[in-house]
Design a protein around this ligand. Structure first.
Ligand code: PLA
Length: 454
């Protein structure tokens, strides 16, 4: 076996040796390679010298969001705050498993359900409730069988599957994404080889929506582009269009024959109401548009690690929906074969049972309410303590898990280096990782960073 490996191993090793003979302590003497003074033949070199076939693989940078959690864990300070990743914490800053999730899991245990493979498209009971939850069970698109729903690996996996679908069936189309957007959107489309460009969204002067810029950029894009929209609780800005603005966005998208592509990662988490947070998607559906929606249960059911979500494609006919679904399955099969069952059963049990469903809504209101409370408390401290006259009211206008503070990279670095407040470098903080008792500390950190670092 060694001899079949050796020639290849040697060529990689030899390249590395040529580049840096000292570092690995390898040289050539009398036709034989040696390592630290000892002669080795070709075969033993591949085994003994610690030179990798993967020498040309460079170190990837830490992920801008999940890398923050790694850095937080490595920090041994007594006082530290993780406001990086959008993961809900209790007032004691502990992870939270919803009571309804525990109840659903107990039910599953009692039923002794098996671990057979799911079909490629996922659990039928899940696919039904997830589409009902998003569009409303009485929505004509559901009644008429015009939605292709495929369970996928949470929001990210659903976006990725849709990106693969776009790449295969619309190779000339590009995706328009908001500037800024969730950092992983660009990675997803890049990896799927789908071209994208940005439309204006955030106006730093008003710390609000650049609505005119957004409409102008969507108008200027080639007809038939995909327009990625955050269904609610825009990440990272926390700034959503108003209902009137959504209507105007729909007008332009319709005019341009664009295809809306919603990312719904926070249904119920923005306002506390599942229906209110589905407003934008339902509006576009009502207008008769064909569209895509990626869904996630990471936040609203706290199922982060279960990787449960779905891609929904609303089509103009049930026939088209059946064909689209068949192609989504065809794309999923070689990627991950079929999705995991545990999270799907939890969602199906919670949404499918009226008692659990009501309990879930209450728990979601509690979670959304806790975030609103810390948002208010943070604003109160900032406005009371900061005597500079700066207007901090934008914090109250933003919704969802995040606040986009307007801190620049140097100021965000200062937040971490001096105050041990871990956050993303774009100035985003996750309020879900903040407790009422930490709001004053955070306000002090923000004021210091904002006023004393340029
Ligand atoms: N879409 C948006 C807009 C998101 O914010 C996130 C998660 C996802 C999709 C994907 O989540 P999922 O795959 O777990 O369903 N954003 C987080 C986590 C909360 C992350 O970056 O992965 C964030 O901190 O931005």
């Amino acid at each position: 076996m060694a001899s079949s490996v050796a020639p290849l191993a040697l060529s990689a090793s030899a390249a590395a040796i040529r580049e840096n003979p000292k570092r690995i302590g390898v040289g050539k003497r009398g036709g034989n390679l040696f390592f630290k003074g000892k002669a080795f033949g070709r075969v033993s070199l591949a085994v003994a010298v610690n030179v990798s076939r993967f020498e040309s693989v460079t170190m990837a940078p830490p992920d801008p969001i999940l890398g923050v959690s790694e850095a937080f864990k490595a920090d041994t300070s007594d006082v530290k705050l993780n406001l990086g990743v959008g993961a809900y914490r209790t007032e004691e800053l502990q992870p939270y498993v919803l009571n309804v999730v525990r109840k659903a899991e107990n039910l599953m245990l009692e039923r002794g359900e098996n671990k057979e493979y799911l079909p490629i498209e996922g659990l039928a009971a899940f696919n039904k409730v997830t589409a009902d939850l998003l569009f409303g069970a009485n929505n004509p698109v559901i009644q008429q069988g015009r939605v292709a729903t495929v369970q996928s690996l949470s929001g990210t996996g659903s976006l990725r599957l849709a990106a693969a679908f776009i790449q295969r069936y619309f190779p000339d189309a590009k995706v328009l994404i908001s500037s800024p957007t969730w950092g992983n959107h660009k990675n997803i489309f890049n990896d799927a080889r789908v071209p994208w460009s940005e439309y204006r969204y955030y106006d730093p002067r008003t710390v609000g929506l650049d609505f005119d810029g957004m409409l102008a950029d969507i108008k200027a894009a080639p007809d038939g582009s995909f327009v990625l929209l955050h269904g609610c609780a825009h990440n990272p800005t926390g700034i959503d269009p108003t209902p009137e603005q959504w209507n105007k966005i729909a007008d332009v998208i319709q005019e341009k024959n664009h295809i809306p592509f919603f990312d719904v990662a926070y249904q119920g988490f923005a306002s506390g109401s599942l229906d209110t947070d589905a407003y934008s998607v339902r509006l576009f559906v009502e207008r008769g548009l064909e569209l895509l929606v990626a869904q996630s249960y990471s936040k609203n059911l706290g199922l982060y690690a279960e990787r449960i979500g779905a891609i929904n494609v609303v089509c103009s006919s049930s026939d088209a929906a059946a064909r689209v679904k068949s192609q989504l399955k065809r794309l999923a099969r070689p990627m991950y074969s079929n999705p995991p069952v545990h999270g799907a059963r939890i969602v199906a049990n919670v949404v499918g049972d009226p008692t659990l469903f009501n309990e879930w809504k209450q728990e979601m209101e509690l979670m959304a309410g806790r975030i609103k409370n810390v948002r208010q408390r943070l604003f109160d401290y900032l406005s009371q303590k900061d005597k500079s006259g700066k207007d901090w009211s934008f914090i109250l206008k933003q919704i969802g898990m995040f606040s986009f503070t307007g801190l620049n990279k140097a100021q965000s670095d200062h937040m971490t280096n001096k105050w041990r407040v871990y956050m993303t470098k774009d100035g985003r903080i996750s309020l879900a990782g903040l407790s009422l008792s930490n709001c004053e500390y955070l306000a002090d950190a923000i004021m210091d960073s904002f006023h004393n670092v340029s």
